[in-house]
Design a protein around this ligand. Structure first.
Ligand SMILES: Nc1nc2c(ncn2[C@@H]2O[C@H](COP(=O)(O)OP(=O)(O)OP(=O)(O)O)[C@@H](O)[C@H]2O)c(=O)[nH]1
Length: 827
């Protein structure tokens, strides 16, 4: 015998852990809780001590009850009508045999009175029997399950008359419930609130007895009704075998666990109770308790770490990293090459050669990828040739290609896009197989192609390199078998593997909206097996795989890694390169999908560059805008109408003003929200935005233009539409200078000695040199001095010297106009 935990000993002794703890403490052992361990000697001591208390069960039970009462005093409900002692009795007889309800309530209470423990009351016989039964029951507490279910089948009329409780007020369980119930009345209410729980009903039944029976009959009836309803399904739960592993998350409650291990919540509560943990079925349990419970059931506890269900990438990586079981999978191939070198011809030819005659009809099915079967193996070809699609996919994080077939026409040689393709392949670290095409042509020069490619590091094996070259004629189907063989060879080298036994995961190749079928997505399965009916999240969409077809247009039930399939059943159209993951249940899939969609909207909202009058022309030029959406707010209805009419008359080719909302009043948050959602500009006439609307407009990048002259408002929109919106910076003349002297200094140039006739001149001002009323030069100040010092500004009435940047032709008598560029404030 090794070290034992308190709860284990308690279990063996058929007493509560608390009782053992109490004894242990009395014996002076250092014991914290039911998890504390005791050595053999301590165990012996405790056993002996406990034996003493158990010699006469009938009499000792109340003792332990009394102890329990002591320790549980604060837990015991005080709201019950019966004296505390009686409650304690009920508690102590938690595991009491339920046959009690055969007895009249009166005698029950009497019999359970904790008459001082040592001097049994004359009516002790019954309790004693009960306790015996109780002990017996607990001793084999797994066994009586059979008798419970029997009891359920054979109704006990007495119990029915008593409380109208269904007979499945199965005995040991109901007693256990009673214990917990009477220990914690609040919990009881919780449990009762629990939908159709047989447990709740039973508990109530038992608890009621202890509380005096007449207690709230109406509620009982209601509960009993529920109880009856739930009888059948609950019965089946018990018949199921315990699982080997309990995947739990901290905070699960008894109900959750009950479902997972196919046991009654009552049974679990009882077990927990035996360990000294008193909970109702809705209270969340900590990690230790759950693990303890699992171990007690002989189930291996395994904590399921909660993951961000919407983070598909993380999930995807995890699945990819799961290499516990692996099978070979087919290679996924992309064909690349220069324009007209024969990519499409090759793809078509491969596809047709692979399709047997009977399947010819299915060829029309284009799902973005297809499989070629050769020598009992298959190769998946992505149907979109060219590096643009390939790079797009990669840019979006979808590295689906294992091998690249580079098509180079033997009559044309290496061309710009050939080089691009090589670079893309290298960037993706995907091996290249060169297909030298069109070798049937009279002017074909495959050797030249091979020579050219050596410059890019693609050296044929014959020449000491490691690149596979196959000379083919896509058009005439020459050497295509060899090409396929080489692809498989390369695949072998790559040791492409995946685990078909896990949940399906992969990438969207294409997606579209079909009038009849709704959202249709072509998926490439990369991990696991995708099955019809699977709850799935695809990009920002979710659903269930309703119909799944393969590249031949055939309906299939399951798709393994590297298989391209087309599915329906999604709530929306995902985007190509989106990832998909199969979820355990539809509810989680929906939650994840919705969460992702919401995140996407938020992200998009952050990124959307709203139209402002400043970028209107640009946006229009990009062809993104055919209408300028406006929201008009004005002080009076007359202004609203005047503005709307005038704005609608603006005639700019190719664009039209679209007033999406017009109203009298201040610009409010709802206007801003509308503008943000529809990419509109808000025009305010004699009105201002509310503070919150202004904040929101700033946050959402919504352009608000305020005016108090109608034609200015119209002008502004029109100018903007014509792409001639005035710069937001406006020149402001701030000073006038007279040039009174000039000095020529080598290296510096001409210094103008000036006098400020009005305003001022600043170091960073713009200057305009005016001679005889004509602007002869406009530029910047290179240096500004007052006396001998560099200064920032010289004000009216003072003299100074300045040098104009890159300009020396300054003459006495010239005037200098000083200006700054000021941001035009939004009126
Ligand atoms: N003689 C000969 N002609 C071929 C061969 N392969 C392709 N062609 C022809 O070359 C032309 C271009 O072929 P495509 O398959 O359209 O070339 P591609 O690379 O897909 O071209 P893009 O889609 O424009 O990038 C077509 O007229 C084909 O019939 C071949 O092996 N031999």
């Amino acid at each position: 015998m090794g070290k034992k935990r308190i709860y284990e000993l308690a279990k063996e002794l058929n007493v509560q852990s608390k009782v053992v703890i109490e004894q242990a403490k009395n014996a002076g052992f250092k014991i914290k809780n039911h998890m504390s361990t005791i050595d053999e000697a301590q165990e012996k001591t405790l056993r002996a001590a406990m034996k003493g208390t158990k010699i006469n069960t009938a009499t000792t039970k109340p003792t332990s009850a009394a102890q329990t009462k002591k320790t549980d005093a604060n837990q015991a409900t005080t709201t019950q009508a019966k004296p505390a002692t009686q409650q304690t009795t009920a508690k102590s007889h938690a595991q009491h045999d339920h046959h009690d309800h055969h007895e009249p309530r009166q005698s029950f209470h009497q019999s359970h009175h904790p008459h001082n423990g040592q001097n049994p009351h004359s009516r002790n016989n019954r309790p004693q029997n009960r306790n015996d039964h109780y002990n017996n029951h607990n001793h084999h507490h797994n066994r009586p399950r059979i008798s419970q279910s029997n009891n359920r089948v054979a109704p006990n009329p007495q119990s029915r008359t008593l409380n109208r409780a269904p007979v499945n007020a199965a005995k040991p369980i109901s007693s256990a419930k009673a214990t917990v119930r009477s220990n914690n009345n609040r919990n009881q209410n919780n449990a009762n609130g629990n939908r159709g729980s047989r447990f709740g009903g039973n508990r109530n039944h038992a608890g009621n007895r202890f509380k005096g029976g007449r207690f709230n009959r109406r509620r009982n009836n209601r509960r009993n009704k529920r109880q009856n309803r739930s009888t059948t399904p609950v019965t089946t739960r018990k018949d199921r075998a315990l699982p080997k592993v309990l995947q739990y998350t901290e905070g699960m409650n008894v109900q959750d666990i009950a479902k997972l291990i196919h046991r009654e919540p009552a049974e679990i509560i009882k077990k927990l109770f035996m360990m000294g943990v008193m909970v109702n079925q809705n209270q969340s349990l900590d990690k230790d308790t759950i693990e303890l419970l699992a171990v007690d059931y002989g189930i291996k506890p395994e904590e399921k770490v909660e993951e961000d269900i919407s983070d598909l990438d993380k999930y995807f990586e995890k699945e990819a990293a799961n290499t516990s079981y692996q099978e070979n999978r087919s290679p996924v191939v992309t064909i690349m090459g220069h324009v007209d070198h024969g990519k499409t011809t090759l793809l078509d030819k491969l596809r047709h050669t692979s399709v047997t005659e009977g399947e010819a009809g299915g060829i029309t099915q284009a799902i973005g990828a297809y499989q070629v079967h050769t020598n009992n193996r298959s190769i998946t070809f992505l149907d979109t040739p060219g590096h643009a699609a390939f790079t797009d996919m990669r840019a979006r994080g979808a590295d689906v290609t294992d091998i690249i077939v580079l098509v180079v026409a033997a009559d044309d040689g290496v061309m710009p896009q050939t080089v691009e393709a090589i670079n893309h392949a290298k960037a993706a670290k995907a091996p290249i197989i060169v297909a030298v095409n069109k070798v049937d042509k009279p002017n074909a020069n495959p050797n030249h192609v091979m020579e050219q490619l050596t410059q890019y590091g693609l050296i044929p094996e014959d020449w000491g390199g490691d690149t596979i070259f196959v000379q083919i004629s896509a058009k005439f189907g020459k050497n295509l078998d060899e090409l396929l063989e080489m692809i498989l060879l390369e695949a072998d080298v790559l040791e492409l593997k995946a685990n078909p036994k896990q949940k399906g995961a992969g990438t969207v190749i294409e997606a579209r909206l079909d009038k009849g079928k709704g959202a249709v997505a072509s998926l490439l399965v990369q991990q696991g097996t995708l099955r019809t009916g699977d709850p799935i999240v695809v990009g920002n969409t979710f659903g269930r795989v309703r119909v799944m077809t393969n590249d031949r247009g055939r309906r299939i039930k399951a798709a393994k890694p590297s298989m391209p399939v087309e599915i329906t059943g999604l709530n929306d159209v995902p985007e190509s390169a989106d990832k998909f993951i199969v979820f355990d249940d539809e509810k989680t899939a929906r939650a994840a999908g919705e969460e992702r969609a919401q995140q996407a909207v938020l992200k998009q909202r952050q990124q959307t560059k709203h139209v402002t009058l400043d970028n209107l022309f640009e946006t229009m030029k990009e062809g993104k805008l055919k209408e300028v959406d406006l929201i008009i707010k004005a002080d009076v209805q007359g202004s609203v109408e005047a503005l709307v009419n005038s704005l609608q008359k603006i005639n700019v080719k190719g664009v039209r003003v679209n007033i999406i909302h017009e109203a009298v009043g201040a610009i409010n948050e709802s206007d801003v929200t509308l503008a943000a959602a529809s990419n509109a500009i808000i025009i305010g006439f004699n009105v201002r935005p509310t503070a919150r609307a202004k904040d929101q407009a700033d946050a959402d990048n919504v352009d608000i233009r305020l005016h108090n002259v109608i034609y200015q408002a119209i002008d502004e929109v029109e100018t903007a539409m014509k792409g001639m919106l005035e710069p937001t910076y406006k020149e402001k003349v701030i000073g006038q200078l007279d040039v009174r002297q000039t000095y020529k200094v080598s290296k510096i140039g001409t210094i103008a000695g000036f006098f400020v006739t009005s305003g001022l001149v600043q170091r960073d001002s713009g200057v305009r040199l005016i001679r005889d009323g004509i602007v002869v030069y406009e530029g910047k100040i290179a240096s500004l001095k007052h006396l001998k010092d560099d200064v920032k500004e010289v004000r009216q009435g003072f003299e100074g010297g300045l040098v104009i940047e890159n300009y020396n032709d300054i003459k006495v008598g010239d005037q200098i106009e000083v200006y700054t560029m000021e941001k035009v404030p939004v009126k």
